[in-house]
Design a protein around this ligand. Structure first.
Ligand code: FDA
Length: 391
C-alpha cells in the first residue's frame, strides 16, 4: 500500500479535531483529518439542545475538573471565548447569552459545524471520512494504517473525545492510543449525568417525575444553585448534572430545597397555625413535592399539632436533605467523560506528550472536564488551538 505524507494527522473530526486542523493548516502545515463517523460533528449538532452552547464568557480554570487543576490555565489564556466569538463574527453567525455567561447560537448548531468545515476547507485541510484507523506505528514518524489508505506524518493528534453517547460515534480509541504509547490515564467516569436511586427507595418520589425546584445541591465543598428535576428513576436537571461530575459513588449529596428561606424561623413564626403542613409547604415548594414531604417524611397534620422539635428537624431536613444515589445513568446519557489522558504526561503549552515527541492529545479525551455551561467546548477550542500552533 502506498503511504501518503502529511505534516499532521488528526484522528477525530469533532470540535477539537477541526479547530486543530484549521489552526495548523492556516500556518501552512499539510493536514489530514481522519473521522470514522459518516456524519460530521454529531456532538456539536446535538449540543445545547440543538443550539450549541459554544463557550462561556467566564471560563476559568476553576470551572474544570482535573487531577492537575492548573494544567488548563495556559491554553485557556491563549485562546479565549473572545477569540471564538471573533470567528463567529467573521462568519456572520448570530449568538446570544442565555444565562451565567453561556453563549448559544441563534440559528442552531449547524452554523458552527459549517463555520469550522469552511475554515478547514479554506486552509486546505484534507478529509478522510468515513474512515477507520486500523493501526498506528511509530519509527522515524507516525504511520497510520486506515480503511482508506496509509498515511505518514511527524505529528499525530488524537482528538477522539470521550465515551459519552456511543450511538453517535464515541469510542475509547484515544485511551487505547494512550495505552499503546505508555501514556498514563486517570480514572474514567460519566460526568454531567442524571443520578439514579434504588427503585424501592425512590418509590415514594417516583410520582414527582417532571417536577422541578430551584435548589442548592452540594457535595463536599462544591455547591451548585440551579434547577433540580425529579425523574421516575432519580434526579436530574442542571444542579444535579453539575454535581454529578464531583459526586463519589456511595456518598451522600446534600440538597437545600428552600435556599432562599430560613425554614426554622418560618416554622417558629407559624407554630400556632392551624394550616395543614402540606398546604403550608405548598407556599414554598411545588404542590406535589409539598404533599410528598408532608405525607412521607412526617404525618400530615395542622402545624400547631407538631412538637417544636419535630418542626426543627423537618426544617433541617428541607435545608440539608441527604440522599445517596445508587449510580448514574451512564455514558448513554452523560454529556461528558470525567478523567482521561493524564495531563501530567503532557505539555500544557502544546498538548504534546513529554515522553513521545510528536504525539498530541486534545479535547475531551484528556483529563480536563468542564462544568455545564459551554466550558467543554471552550476546552476543545483552547486545547486544539494550542496544539494547532505547535504541530
Ligand atoms: P468530540 O466528541 O466532539 O469529537 C470526537 C470525534 O472523534 C467524533 O467526531 C468521533 O466520531 C470521532 N471518533 C471517535 N472515535 C474515533 C475513531 N476510533 N476513529 C476516528 N474518529 C473517531 N459542551 C459544551 O460546552 N456545551 C454544550 O452545549 C454541550 N452540549 C452537549 C450535549 C450532549 C448531548 C453531549 C453528549 C455533550 C455536550 N457537550 C457540550 C460536551 C461537548 O460536546 C464535548 O465536550 C466536546 O464535543 C468534546 O470535543 P472533542 O472534539 O474532544 O470530542
Amino acid at each position: 500500500m502506498d503511504t501518503t505524507r502529511f505534516d499532521v494527522l488528526i484522528v477525530g473530526a469533532g470540535a477539537a479535531g477541526m479547530m486543530c486542523a484549521l489552526t495548523a493548516a492556516q500556518r501552512g502545515r499539510s493536514v489530514l483529518l481522519l473521522e470514522h463517523a459518516p456524519k460530521l460533528a454529531e456532538k456539536i449538532r446535538i449540543s445545547g439542545g440543538g443550539r450549541c452552547n459554544f463557550t462561556n464568557l467566564h471560563a476559568k480554570p476553576d470551572n474544570y475538573l482535573s487531577q492537575n487543576p492548573h494544567f488548563c490555565r495556559s491554553a485557556l489564556a491563549r485562546f479565549t471565548p473572545q477569540h471564538f466569538i471573533d470567528m463567529l463574527d467573521r462568519h456572520g453567525i448570530g449568538y446570544h447569552e442565555k444565562t451565567l455567561g453561556q453563549l448559544f447560537c441563534n440559528d442552531g448548531s449547524e452554523a458552527i459545524i459549517a463555520m469550522l468545515r469552511s475554515e478547514c476547507d479554506t486552509a486546505g485541510v484534507r478529509w478522510c471520512m468515513p474512515c477507520s484507523v486500523e493501526k498506528i506505528e511509530r519509527s522515524d514518524a507516525f504511520y497510520v494504517t486506515a480503511s482508506r489508505g496509509r498515511f505518514r506524518a511527524a505529528a499525530l493528534v488524537i482528538a477522539t473525545g470521550g465515551m459519552s453517547i456511543p450511538k453517535i460515534g464515541a469510542t475509547p480509541f484515544g485511551y487505547k492510543v494512550a495505552e499503546q504509547f505508555g501514556i498514563p490515564m486517570t480514572r474514567l467516569k460519566p460526568g454531567l449525568v442524571p443520578l439514579s436511586f434504588h427503585p424501592e427507595e425512590w418509590a415514594m418520589y417516583a410520582g414527582l417525575s417532571g417536577a422541578s425546584v430551584e435548589a442548592v445541591v452540594s457535595f463536599g465543598k462544591r455547591s451548585f444553585r440551579e434547577n433540580l428535576l425529579f425523574t421516575h428513576r432519580g434526579l436530574s436537571g442542571p444542579a444535579i448534572l453539575q454535581i454529578s461530575s464531583y459526586w463519589e459513588a456511595g456518598k451522600p449529596l446534600s440538597i437545600d430545597l428552600l435556599p432562599d428561606h430560613d425554614v426554622r424561623e418560618i416554622f417558629l413564626q407559624q407554630r400556632g397555625s392551624k394550616m395543614l403542613l402540606s398546604n403550608f409547604l405548598a407556599q414554598y415548594l411545588p404542590k406535589r413535592l409539598a404533599e410528598i414531604v408532608a405525607t412521607q417524611w412526617l404525618e400530615n397534620k395542622p402545624l400547631n399539632q407538631y412538637a417544636e422539635k419535630e418542626l426543627k428537624a423537618l426544617a433541617d431536613k428541607l435545608k440539608a436533605w441527604q440522599v445517596t444515589p445508587t449510580g448514574t445513568l451512564g455514558y448513554s446519557k452523560a454529556e461528558v467523560t470525567c478523567g482521561g489522558v493524564d495531563t501530567h504526561a503532557l505539555s500544557s503549552r502544546t498538548m504534546e506528550c513529554n515522553e513521545v515527541p510528536g504525539l498530541y492529545f486534545i479535547g475531551e479525551v484528556m483529563d480536563v472536564t468542564g462544568q455545564l455551561g459551554g466550558y467543554n467546548f471552550q476546552w476543545a477550542w483552547s486545547s486544539a488551538y494550542a496544539a494547532g500552533q505547535a504541530v
